[in-house]
Design a protein around this ligand. Structure first.
Ligand code: CO
Length: 427
C-alpha cells in the first residue's frame, strides 16, 4: 500500500451505489474518514470537558467474579425457544448484531439442548474409551487434564441454523435472531488422537460413537479420520472451564462440523467398524433431497457470511460514510475473500478481512460505504480457501430444494430504506 496516495483514491468507489475501496481500512484510511467530514467519525470540536460527577466519589467494590456494565443488560440471547412442557429442550440464539470482533462471550454462546443442561460434578464424571481398541480406558477429569492440551479459535454452528431462510416470506428478525445458532470461542482441550493412540485402535475401526451424559443421551457417529485429525476433548472455553450449557465438564469438539455432532457432557467414546445409526443421525440431522431421499452424515458446515452492521435493529443514521461490518466462516477451512454489494448484487467490491484469519473460525470483514440516503439492498458473499462460493438464495433452493431442514448457507440480503430502517428481503 502506497501511503502517498491521495485522499480521493482512498475514497475510490469500487462498485455501484457508493461502495468504496477496502484500502480505507488497511492504512491511514480511518484518519481520512475523519478529515473528509463525511459523518463516520464525528467528534465535536473540543472547547471544554465537564468533570463527571462520579469522579468525586469512590467507585464500586472489588469482586470475585466479574459482571458486565448494567448499561449493557439489553444485549441478550435471542428467541429463547423450548419445546412445550419443557424449559431446557430447545435453543437460544447468539445476539450477533450486538457483538464485534470474532470471539463470542461465553455467556452469550448459543444453546441447543435436547433434554436440558445436566449439573455434572467433575469429581465423579468419567470418560470411557472402548470398543475396537486394545486397551479400554477410563479417565477421571483429573487424569484427563494431565494430558497435553492445545488451544484453537473455532466456530460452532448448529446444522439447523438459518433454517428460517426456507420460509416463503422473509422473517423479520435481527442477524442473531435469524443466524445466531452460531458462535466462535477459543477452545482448549486434549487432542482425541492422543487418547485413541493410547487405547490402541484396531485396524478394523473406521468410526467412533460419542455419547453424552444428558438425559437425551445425545449419541452421534463420527468418522475415525476426523477423530484422529483435529478433534478435541474440550475442557476450557475462552480461558475458563466450559459453561454447563456448553458441556461441562467436557465435550467433543469437531472443528467445522455441524454443532450437534460435537457431543456435550461427553461420557463415552466407542470405537466401531461403521456408523452406529443412532436416532440422532437417522430420524434427525439428515438432509432431504428434492426426490425425497435423504443424505446422511453431512458434517461440514458450508461457506457462509452475514452483514451484522447495518442490519435489522441496527438502522442507518442518515446519509454519509459508514462501515459495513460482518462475519464469514467455513467448515472447509479459512475464508479467502468476502465480496460486498450495496446495489442488490448488480456490482460487487472486495471487503477487507480483519486479522486474524483462522482455520474454521469467524473472520470479521469490513467495507466502506458512502450512503446517498436512497433505498439500497446490501449483501455479502463469502469464498473459502477450497474455492467454494456462498450461493444466492435462488441458487441455493434451485440446487438443494425446499424440503431440507439443515445446512442453509445462502446469502442474506438487507434492505435499507431512506429513513434508515433495515429489513430482511429475498432477491
Ligand atoms: Co448435516
Amino acid at each position: 500500500m502506497d501511503n502517498s496516495e491521495s485522499d480521493s483514491s482512498a475514497l475510490q468507489a469500487v462498485a455501484g451505489n457508493g461502495l468504496l475501496h477496502r484500502r480505507i481500512f488497511l492504512t491511514r484510511g480511518a484518519a481520512l474518514l475523519g478529515a473528509t467530514g463525511l459523518g463516520l467519525l464525528t467528534p465535536k470540536l473540543a472547547t471544554a470537558q465537564t468533570l463527571p460527577e462520579l469522579s468525586n466519589v469512590p467507585g464500586a467494590a472489588l469482586s470475585e467474579y466479574g459482571t458486565r456494565s448494567v448499561f449493557e443488560d439489553s444485549v441478550k440471547r435471542n428467541n429463547i425457544l423450548s419445546y412445550p412442557g419443557t424449559t431446557g429442550s430447545g435453543g437460544s440464539w447468539t445476539p450477533l448484531e450486538s457483538l464485534e470482533g470474532i470471539i463470542t462471550p461465553s455467556a452469550l454462546h448459543f444453546e441447543r439442548h435436547h433434554s436440558g443442561i445436566p449439573a455434572i460434578n467433575p469429581d465423579t464424571h468419567q470418560l470411557l474409551i472402548h470398543g475396537l481398541v486394545k486397551r479400554p480406558l477410563l479417565f477421571s477429569m483429573d487424569a484427563l487434564c494431565r494430558y497435553p492440551m492445545v488451544s484453537r479459535i473455532q466456530f460452532i454452528e448448529c446444522s439447523g441454523n438459518s433454517r428460517v431462510g426456507w420460509a416463503p416470506e422473509p422473517v423479520q428478525k435481527s442477524s442473531g435472531g435469524l443466524h445466531g445458532l452460531l458462535s466462535c470461542s477459543e477452545w482448549t482441550g486434549v487432542p482425541l488422537s492422543i487418547l485413541l493412540d493410547e487405547a490402541g485402535v484396531d485396524p478394523k475401526a473406521n468410526w467412533i460413537l460419542a455419547e453424552g451424559a444428558d438425559s437425551a443421551a445425545m449419541t452421534r457417529s463420527v468418522p475415525l479420520a476426523k477423530a484422529m485429525d483435529d478433534t478435541l476433548i474440550a475442557v476450557y472455553q475462552n480461558g475458563e472451564k466450559l459453561r454447563p450449557s456448553n458441556g461441562y465438564p467436557i465435550r467433543l469438539f469437531l472443528p467445522g462440523y455441524e454443532g450437534n455432532a460435537s457431543v456435550k457432557w461427553l461420557r463415552r467414546i466407542k470405537v466401531t467398524a461403521g456408523p452406529t445409526m443412532t436416532r440422532d443421525e437417522t430420524a434427525e440431522y439428515t438432509d432431504t433431497r428434492p426426490d425425497g431421499s435423504s443424505l446422511m452424515f453431512t458434517f461440514p458446515m458450508e461457506v457462509k457470511s452475514i452483514i451484522t452492521a447495518p442490519s435489522l435493529g441496527r438502522p442507518m443514521q442518515g446519509a454519509g460514510l459508514y462501515e459495513i461490518s460482518g462475519l464469514a466462516w467455513s467448515g472447509a477451512g479459512k475464508i479467502a475473500r468476502v465480496d460486498v454489494s450495496v446495489d442488490g448484487g448488480r456490482t460487487w467490491g472486495q471487503a477487507a478481512l480483519s486479522e486474524p484469519v483462522l482455520d474454521k473460525a469467524f473472520t470479521r470483514f469490513r467495507a466502506a460505504w458512502r450512503w446517498n440516503g436512497g433505498p439500497a439492498i446490501i449483501m455479502s458473499r463469502a469464498i473459502d480457501e477450497s474455492g467454494a462460493v456462498q450461493p444466492s438464495r435462488e441458487q441455493f433452493i434451485a440446487s438443494k430444494g425446499l424440503k431440507r431442514d439443515y445446512h442453509y448457507n445462502a446469502i442474506q440480503n438487507w434492505k435499507v430504506a431512506p429513513n434508515g430502517k433495515v429489513s430482511n428481503v429475498y432477491a
